[in-house]
Design a protein around this ligand. Structure first.
Ligand SMILES: Cc1cc2nc3c(=O)[nH]c(=O)nc-3n(C[C@H](O)[C@H](O)[C@H](O)COP(=O)(O)OP(=O)(O)OC[C@H]3O[C@@H](n4cnc5c(N)ncnc54)[C@H](O)[C@@H]3O)c2cc1C
Length: 482
């Protein structure tokens, strides 16, 4: 119990003042500072790419936004996508022309400024989730801890206070504080969640049953990743997103600073706008195998099936493990070395109609024990539009094959599964997620005509990070600085 000496000096009456001062503090080299830098909007060039032929590999949000900004600068763009549709991990289920979100469900637009800016440019209105008064649950050792999303930090703490024990409250608060300190008050460092919390707190019920299904599910942190996920990444979800202490894009105040539906509209708008440009070509069902450089220094892109194209520059936008075999030997060593640092996680997204656990709630976070391995795992079941309590479908996220098998065998009626999605997710670790902006600024500066970007390069690998990183790479393709 080492928190008493740390906080014991604070008298009860000075606490609010100290909290106010702390909220104002931010270390210049903290994750909070680099996130603030990432939130700054910058102009994208409207010329400089004339007669330049650029290939974009991958049609997720990163590839589509890279293509958009390249065309805006005058480049001729060809996009190659291995699947028959664009969207990448943003993969909706379509039924009678109706769009049901599957992997991508929610955003706080004020915290995703580059995403918000692009939506505004295309006239895409944000659709709020009307669930301010609805309580979802985190299942907590047989109890249901009911919390509201978007209710603000005060109500959030009040709800927890009502339902948790004193020990859970204390442990929960210490965890909260240590993560806050790591995110905002200290320079970003390669300290894992386990390093920062220590063994006792990592094994506490509040971490296992509250923080993991609430935060871990959103930062792609399984129980086996607690010793390798940087604490600042885990904390970023809490302080940049879930409780959003600072609004990143102040222009969104009162209008777009609430939870909104993140559906396929932006993907579809980008797709349609690109297709209407005469400088744009796309080839679907085209899997790129490698890139070569010929004797004149021109690049050749080779796809499976024997097709190939020449171009001046290429941006690969697929996930690190997918990009590595394509870029090995053609991209700067520093870039491929960085890609080698990423592993991939198997993610299962069950699109189903088993309402037995969630009932009328908008969402349900749970921690289960795998009956075969004996290990803990987390799930999140959610209504794609959380305000719609009569929703027709549910989504459940599960990580790892053995946990997916356990979940369908023991926790749901498998016959209710309408569709199964198996997206892959790049895993954050202590080697690939510390001071990423300086790493990637240097690597991009070393690239001349072969580039890589993907949502995992900065932040929490959400849409904003895909768009921001694509913008930075496009500026480099055009010979400009980030
Ligand atoms: C379960 C889940 C839930 C999520 N929830 C949210 C959320 O609520 N909010 C949010 O903002 N984000 C969410 N995300 C994250 C978001 O979906 C991703 O960050 C985003 O889709 C990544 O986009 P990307 O373009 O960088 O990469 P990807 O989507 O991975 O796109 C890469 C593309 O490259 C293609 N490709 C790969 N290899 C090749 C090749 N050799 N040749 C040609 N094409 C190739 C792939 O087919 C793919 O289309 C979620 C993701 C998952 C999986």
């Amino acid at each position: 119990m080492n928190y008493i000496p740390e906080y014991g000096v604070f008298s009860f009456f000075s606490l609010p003042f100290i909290i106010f001062l702390l909220l104002k503090q931010v270390h210049p080299n903290s994750t909070a500072s680099s996130h603030a830098e990432d939130a700054i909007l910058f102009d994208m060039p409207t010329s400089g790419g004339e007669d330049k032929s650029v290939f974009v590999i991958g049609g997720g949000i990163s590839g589509l936004s890279a293509a958009k900004y390249l065309i805006q600068a005058g480049c001729n763009v060809t996009l190659l996508e291995q699947r028959e549709i664009v969207g990448g991990n943003n993969d909706p289920y379509l039924e009678n022309d109706e769009h049901h979100a599957t992997t991508v469900i929610i955003t706080l637009p004020a915290q995703q400024p580059h995403y918000l800016h692009l939506c505004r440019e295309y006239g895409i209105e944000q659709t709020p989730h009307e669930f301010e008064d609805l309580k979802g649950s985190i299942v907590f050792e047989g109890r249901e801890l009911n919390t509201k999303m978007g209710s603000g930090i005060g109500s959030f703490l009040k709800l927890i206070y009502r339902e948790a024990t004193l020990k859970e409250l204390l442990d929960g608060f210490i965890i909260f504080w240590r993560l806050y300190r790591q995110f905002k008050l200290r320079p970003e460092s390669s300290k894992s969640v386990a390093d920062v919390l220590g063994k006792r707190l990592v094994n506490s019920t509040v971490f296992t049953h509250f923080y993991m299904p609430w935060v871990g599910i959103n930062t792609w942190c399984r129980f086996e990743d607690v010793g390798r996920q940087p604490a600042h990444v885990f904390a970023a979800f809490i302080f940049e997103y879930a409780l959003a202490i600072h609004i990143r894009d102040k222009t969104a105040k009162f209008k777009e600073d609430y939870w909104c539906v993140l559906d396929g509209r932006l993907i579809h708008k980008l797709r349609d706008r690109l297709q209407s440009s005469e400088r744009y070509t796309q080839h679907m069902s085209t899997k790129v195998s490698d890139i070569e450089r010929n004797s004149e220094g021109k690049l050749t892109i080779n796809a499976e099936g024997g097709r190939s194209w020449e171009c001046d520059a290429v941006i690969v936008t697929s996930q690190p493990t997918q990009a590595l075999p394509i870029l090995d030997g053609i991209a700067p060593k520093r870039l491929t070395h960085e890609l080698e640092k990423w592993d991939q996680m198997d993610c299962y997204v069950l699109f189903h109609t088993d309402f037995s656990d969630i009932g009328k709630k908008p969402w349900l976070h749970q921690t289960h024990r795998n009956e075969n391995t004996g290990k803990l795992y987390i799930t999140n079941t959610i209504k794609p539009r959380m305000g719609d309590l009569d929703a027709k479908y549910l989504i459940t996220f599960v990580y790892n094959t053995e946990n997916y098998l356990d979940f369908i065998a023991n926790h749901m009626d498998e016959s209710t599964v309408v569709k199964l999605y198996e997206p892959k997710l790049p895993i954050f670790n202590l080697d690939n997620s510390v001071n990423r902006n300086s790493v990637w600024r240097e690597i991009d500066a070393q690239c001349n005509d072969v580039f890589w970007t993907q949502a995992c390069r900065s932040g929490l690998q959400y849409h904003n990070n895909g768009i921001l990183s694509a913008k930075r790479v496009v500026r480099r393709v055009l010979g400009q600085k980030w």
